[in-house]
Design a protein. Sequence first.
Length: 556
Amino acid sequence: MNDFSIVIGGKAGFGIDKSGNIIGRILNNLDLRIYIYRDYPSLIRGGHTFSVIRVSEKLISAHQDQIDFLLALNQDTFNFHKSRLQDNSVVIYDSDTVKIEGLNPSIKAEGIPVAKIIKEESATEIMRNTCIIGAFVKAAGVSWDLLVEIFNKEFTQDTELNLRIARRGFDQAQESIRIEPKSQIKLPLLSGNQAVALGLIKAGLSTYISYPMTPTSPILHFLAEVGHEFSLKVIHPESEIGVILMALGFAYAGEKTAVGTSGGGFCLMTEGISLAGMAELPVVVVVGQRPGPSTGLPTYSAQTDLNFVLSAGHGEFARFVVAPGDAEEAYFWSAQALNFSWKYQTPAFVLTDKNLGESTFNFDLDSVGEIKEEEILAWDGVLPYKRYLDTKDGVSPLVSVADKDAVVKVNSYEHDESGITTEDAFITTKMQDKRLRKTKFMIEDLVGFETVKVYGDKESSTAILCWGSNKGVCIELAQELGLKVIQPVVLCPFGVQHFEMAMAGVDKLINIENNASAQLGKMVENLGYEIAADILKYDGRPFTVEELRGKLKKVL
């Protein structure tokens, strides 16, 4: 099998996320390529939760509708996903609780008495997942020893009990196929959120502050776990307002700081963002998009906040906005966001979504460009120190507040070069020009970066326009259908020159977004380009390969 998919499902509290990761790591150890999509309701218990583990010989970052293995821990999983099965698929189910009806005779069904095994082993309910994993490993022709190796790495307690339960599932199942290992470099698995976190660390992050809010909460949890290894301060304040104000305080003290949030939390931060713009305090904000307005669908995915992030905060000030599309870009551009924020003393935004942040990808570090921690323009010691010294590029020399010779005054009011409040017309104009001048030099700085990426058939006259997490599914279908893909990564300042080069030879542009108003498409139209068709999806779920293929064929 060169490309196949596994769905494991149950209700919240069944450990479905953990199960999907374990299955992914088992198959990743066969040197296959893995992509894991998670789908779950905003419930602690109950509902229907599932993970799609797609496996291929080549790098992938999209999932499919059709599935080859269905691992059903409850009736809902079978009922909701049986229509996705195809000839020769395999269903492994808890025969004590799941009734299977109406299966095509070509589909093989393996009933495992999971509830009975759990009771006989005096195990907890959540260990039902290890039983079904054991059965899957046997059905897929994977060695028991590999399962043992992964379990010993993944479980920090009750490992022997989990192995015993998995073994009983393994012994109950029959081998249906044999998944063979591949001879290629093994690549680690990372979620998009983990890649964001590691990119920030690479660029010198010293403090991370966040109030938990899906889909960026995993960044907080991950950094809290590994913070001691990198001398990080990881803080969970009482509110999102507290988050942004604390972050600006750390920036004032010379600490490289990032925050994570989403939707309503970012709304509460916007006054603080505007303060950062006026006070020229660097801060990175990771904004995980989800469907709104208001609470919307808190555990699902969207691309609805581009316009919001581009205009968040009252008044006019420079900002840096990136929207990575996979784990490698999340790593690289999160690092660059921290670099640009401190180099230009302005807010920077990493625009992600649930589909990117909470999905799992193979991570190829060798394909990532070089990342260096930027040198910060330092004060030369000449007194008096002027925090807002007017310079050619608008960037003033920085000094730590701990320096005994410098008075470091920051101000939310309009101010002069020393930070003293003013309402003088001449000084007001001069200081506003200074702050906005940074954008011109950012644009020049970005010429050396690949701010707009091109994939697929680069000679095609028909191109797909996409951004963020739609990158993977668009590239896969462009390669299949002979199309070009144009993916802007830096959205502010927008790479007009790079975009113009990417559009060379294109006479039909198809825009693909996970929102209802074609936010990137309208931005591109404002630059003078014509969008031939918009393909928009805004139900909280990303495009599957089959779904987008069908929609593309209708407009081609």
